[in-house]
Design a protein around this ligand. Structure first.
Ligand code: NIG
Ligand code: FE
Length: 409
């Protein structure tokens, strides 16, 4: 536990405050950071530290870098089994949609998830969250969507609720009943959409089991019309909208996200110019998932076009057993640099304040400024560029959530 509420001799502090462009992370050299009651009271150049705070017992950061706790704003954290066989099939030339069409893909994980007990799902997710904290991750969005039947979806969301209360990472939970149509509804998909709208969304909202509602718009998943009806029902029940949009083809998902005033549209490898313009006007965050791009060998999301149009671009892992079986967010950030041509500073803003905005938590986390939660991590790097350029197994040496050290090397 950090014994004292003041950290001095920080070599490089990226505050990641929101104002300015995607690359403006507002770094401070020779910085100090103070907090009280779990919230930041001051962040800035050490020489400007107010006299009252100078009196606090201080800890020397030894010149290390401090970044806001990273926000992984798109994961499918709880699921049963793995799909390493599909990894090999794709290497040998099968496409993601071909694998899905022959009963693999998401429905394979649905089978394995339905067979898992609540305790098994919880133990696995708990272990992954602990490993994510070691990388400097402090807030994680987690989706349901591998249960699809009533009981298994509720089981996944209950796992997230228990984890939120029993481990230190902050969790944002998202109901993704509209991931794919489950096998038992294949011949009557309209009934499945009705189940989501009439039964599941009201139940999930009433029990307070989710903050957001998500839908996967794709040939193999849901149409624009189905997603619109589902996400509107979510909004009516108080669940903010998110979308898996334009991943494998341009299906108009970005336009729907803008129409609904969604928090985010995610993937967007095939987003149209009209979609980009609409997202910019509506202030929808574009969540890039470069691990999925890499694993599926897709063309990258056109991050430069989005940024130039004024869209905030977040970066997340998409951790799931199919398209992105890794929760290594720093690796995803390096891929955002190389595949999407984002600068390291742009990528860091995408995994902090913009990622927080993508989950509706930017008033509380995502930047280091007075009033926000004291969620931050210390990295043994001189600055953000060296961090993402010389990707190490783990450059994070300590993670702090709400002023409490939750991990140190
Ligand atoms: O975000 N695109 C849809 N859902 C996941 C993939 C899930 C899976 O393949 O199991 C994604 O990439
Ligand atoms: Fe996803």
């Amino acid at each position: 536990m950090l014994a004292v509420p003041l950290l001095t001799n920080i070599g490089y502090l990226a505050t990641c405050r929101a104002p300015g462009a995607q690359g403006d992370i507002h770094p401070v050299r020779e910085a100090a950071l103070a907090w009280e009651g779990g919230r930041i009271t001051w962040a800035g150049p050490a020489r400007d530290l107010p006299a009252a705070l100078r009196a606090l017992p201080a800890e020397d950061a030894g010149g290390l870098a401090v970044f806001p706790g990273l926000v992984d704003c798109h994961t499918h954290l709880a699921f049963g089994g793995w799909r390493a066989d599909e990894f090999e099939q794709r290497i040998q030339g099968a496409t993601y949609l071909e694998i899905a069409a022959r009963g693999g893909g998401i429905v394979s994980t649905v089978r394995q998830t339905r067979q898992a007990t609540e305790a098994q799902l919880e133990a696995r997710a708990r272990g992954w969250l602990a490993a994510m904290r070691e990388l400097g991750v402090t807030t994680v969005e987690c989706k349901s969507g591998y249960g699809l039947d009533r009981d298994t979806e509720l089981r996944l969301l209950r796992v997230y609720r228990r984890l939120a209360a029993s481990q230190p990472c902050r969790l944002v939970s998202t109901y993704l009943g509209a991931h794919v149509v489950p096998a038992e509804y294949r011949e009557r998909r309209a009934d499945y959409v009705r189940l989501i709208i009439d039964d599941m969304i009201p139940l999930v909202a009433r029990e307070g089991l989710a903050d957001c509602c998500d839908a996967f718009v794709e040939q193999s998943a849901f149409s624009i019309e189905e997603a619109r009806a589902i996400l509107r029902a979510g909004l009516d029940a108080g669940l903010r909208s998110k979308l898996h949009a334009d991943q494998l083809s341009d299906g108009g998902g970005a336009l729907l996200a803008a129409e609904l005033g969604a928090l985010s549209a995610d993937h967007l490898e095939h987003v149209s110019d009209a979609g980009i313009a609409a997202m910019a006007r509506a202030g929808v965050v574009a969540v890039s998932l470069p691990l999925a791009t890499m694993y599926l060998n897709q063309p990258p999301m056109p991050a430069r076009r989005l940024i130039e149009a004024g869209v905030a671009v977040a970066v997340a892992t998409d951790f799931n057993p199919g398209s992105a079986p890794s929760f290594h967010l720093p690796f995803a950030l390096t891929l955002a640099c190389t595949l999407q041509r984002m600068t390291p500073a742009e990528a860091l803003k995408g995994a902090t304040i913009y990622a927080a905005r993508a989950v509706g938590r930017d008033a509380e986390v995502g930047s280091l400024e007075a009033g926000k939660f004291a969620d931050f991590a210390l990295f043994d790097v001189p600055d953000v560029t060296q961090w993402l350029y010389q990707l190490q197994a783990n450059a994070c040496v300590r993670t702090v959530i709400g002023g409490e050290t939750v991990w140190r090397s």
